[in-house]
Ligand binder design. Structure first.
Ligand SMILES: [Mg+2]
Length: 266
């Protein structure tokens, strides 16, 4: 664990950390401006694989935050990059949105959709276009020996007003119910996510910190990858949850607003 003033690059979760649903978290804009003025680097890091970097650039812009696609990294891109090294050009049965499909096509994969076409891999993303036929094909293909991956393990995606959308972790459970099989997960909290960050961005892992609101992904990744982690209470985790958890953050703040205050003093 590093002192706050030693951190040169902040990996920032978005949902629950920078914004919640369609609204910025108070102080988020000032926090980002401070990091810029202090010449600290930011990388927006999300497990949500239903959207791509361009979608997030537009979303952040709509909230008044200027970020380039080069500063945004999704679990979908991390998965495509990781699998490109392990299985270049593979035939993939992908459960994902058109945005995730475009990421896989850009990384040289062949997307297989029809039952009679063989696939080497089954990849499960946050598929908001999921159909019964996709679930059925995925289960058959996994049983038949396709190598099975998932982009991230989150059970629910937070929405404004305390509401939730069922996420990839819930789909993993459904497929496990049918096949008894579990995927290898690439996104937070897995070490593969940090390895993918490291491969894409020139960062010193000794001087980065993960800032996020979720214990079992953002903060757990700090433990798994041996990097500094900063928990904020502006999203999913409450102080009571944290007290009961065996996952430990390096630092805890109410929100990025209080983190900014601490960075001013550091
Ligand atoms: Mg979050």
């Amino acid at each position: 664990m590093k002192e706050l003033n030693e951190i040169e690059c902040f990996l920032l979760d978005m949902d629950g950390t920078i914004y919640l649903g369609g609204e910025l978290i108070e102080g988020a804009k000032e926090f980002l401006a401070l990091l810029k003025s202090q010449k600290r680097r930011t990388i927006f890091l999300t497990n949500n694989s239903s959207k791509n970097a361009a979608d997030y650039e537009a979303k952040l812009k709509g909230l008044g935050i200027e970020a380039s696609v080069d500063e945004i990294f999704t679990s979908g891109e991390a998965t495509a990059k990781t699998l490109q090294l392990r299985h270049p050009g593979a035939r993939v049965f992908l459960m994902g949105t058109p945005a995730l499909e475009s990421v896989f096509l850009e990384h040289g994969f062949v997307l297989v959709k029809e039952r009679e076409e063989a696939a080497d891999l089954v990849v499960l993303g946050f598929d908001t276009t999921l159909t019964y036929d996709k679930i059925w094909q995925a289960c058959d293909r996994i049983r038949e020996g396709a190598v099975y991956y998932a982009t991230h393990p989150d059970f629910n995606c937070p929405l404004a007003g305390g509401k939730w959308m069922p996420d990839t972790g819930a789909m993993i459970k459904m497929i496990e119910g049918s096949t008894g099989m579990l995927p290898e997960v690439i996104g937070k909290p897995e070490k593969t996510m940090i390895e993918a960050v490291s491969a894409k961005f020139d960062v010193d892992l000794g001087k980065i910190a993960m800032v996020g609101d979720r214990l079992y992904t953002d903060i757990r990744m700090g433990e798994v990858a041996g990097i500094t982690s900063i928990l904020v209470y502006s999203g999913e985790t409450t102080p009571i949850d944290y007290e009961k958890s065996d996952i430990q953050a390096s630092f805890v703040f109410e929100s990025v607003k209080e983190l900014a205050e601490a960075l001013k003093e550091a």
